[in-house]
Design a protein around this ligand. Sequence first.
Ligand SMILES: [Zn+2]
Length: 543
Amino acid sequence: MIRRLSPVALAAALVVLTPRAGSAQSAPTDDAVLKRIWALGMDSSQTMRLSQVLFDSIGPRLTGTPNAKGANDWLVRTYQGWGIDARNEQWGKWRSWRRGYSHIDLVAPRVRSLEGTMLGFSPGTGGKDVTAATIILPRFADSTEFVKWLPTARGKFVLVSAPQPTCRPREDWDSNATAASKARMDSLRAQVTREWGGRNVRGTGYSLAIGTGELGLRLEDGGVAGVITSRPKNGWGTIEIFSTYNRKAPAIALSCEDYGLLFRLTENNEGPKLRLNLDAQFLGDQPVFNTIATIRGSEKPDEYVLLSAHFDSWDGSSGATDNGTGTITMLEAMRILSLAYPHPKRTILVGHWLGEEEGLVGSRAFSEDHPEIVKGLQAQFNQDNGTGRIVRMGGGGLVNGAEHIKVWLAKLPDELQKQVQFSGPGFPSGGGSDDASFACYGAPAFGLGALGWDYGNYTWHTNRDTYDKIVFDDLKSNATLTAMLAYLASEDPTMITRERVDLAALAAERAAQAPAGAGRGRNPPTTWPTCSKAPRITEPRLK
Ligand SMILES: [Zn+2]
């Protein structure tokens, strides 16, 4: 039975469901526009409504798919509904594919429906059941041995991923295991990595790249029934799901648990049989687009403040925090700006890029196609590291950039000032996200660094990146902060000059200050990153 609420009860329910209004500031700013931005962003946020439609109804946005194009069209309609100019701008053609259902069942020695799905761009089974036995990819002395073995795998599902000795996260072992059993587990994990890791997967000479890579192609040439993979994260129930270049043999990703089950059954000769029924369709090469929305500058239309977040996602789930939340931050910031600051001094535009996951392709294409925007760029604000509140900002490697940001941050309401740590001139983005596509020209490109919320273990490129992971209080705050930064950058009396920090000196200074043994993470660049050309057609990632 569906219980219907009376209008009064419904209103009461909405009051409870809606995050509390009236988030009072501790030290209100006296700037009328900032006050209005705060009120719009914190007290009448649209982030929940927009997120629900985008992540639940539209879903993932894998570059090249009809779903991504549908999402582009939704963005344009949404902007136009607010009276903001918006358009889809084609930057190339990309392989296209439609994801249908994935039914994956263990049918022997017992029946169990397995937790898994096709990799992106996997061939389907043509609407039919395909039932076959499984085989584990052995360890080969060399690729000749692999070629000799291949006929053995014909007609079978090949398990190509490492069997995890445990599906519990590391923290669980750290806090619960005895010292001796933790040591044993650590050494088991290390052994599995040694035996299954690397590019020369198990001695075949071929890599799985980020899905099935060249090895997948060799296996399908050898007539296998399918390729079974699993890339568990260090978390409960999360796996990464990327893509395949196979054209005949389907490739699926299984949960850590179900992959382990299948592996042990196979290893112990217990006669496992797997039945796949996968619906998928290759759609050839199709046009791909960035969505661009613009509020034209009234005094300096040829100078630009660029809001930026990639719009594409992997498609193992909804791409809610990678990079749905960056998308909603920029979308909502534009809505707020169109109301609180409809006649900006400089042109404010937003880039919702496609192809980021394929190598920042959409944003690189845009910076190539719009040298006038790179030249007139006052500031780019890019967000792409999860749902958390923005807590870090740097000057993107520009001395003068840092000076301007300091001034902007000092004008923010107290809460936001306390929240955002300013790290000085910092470094130019080296390629992690779309700010790199502008930083490489020496333009002022700033990353808005968010708090983690266990992004890496739970939502980044996983099967669990869904609406429910969004932290709406943080998202509201991010949209409000971004709108404020865009306003302040637009109003700034002077343009940011392009004088670069001395990267080599800065790196040496950091190294000298770093505590002993703190070698973790990527080393900062010692020379300015160079721009690389955007491929306008699919660039396969096989190695
Ligand atoms: Zn991302």
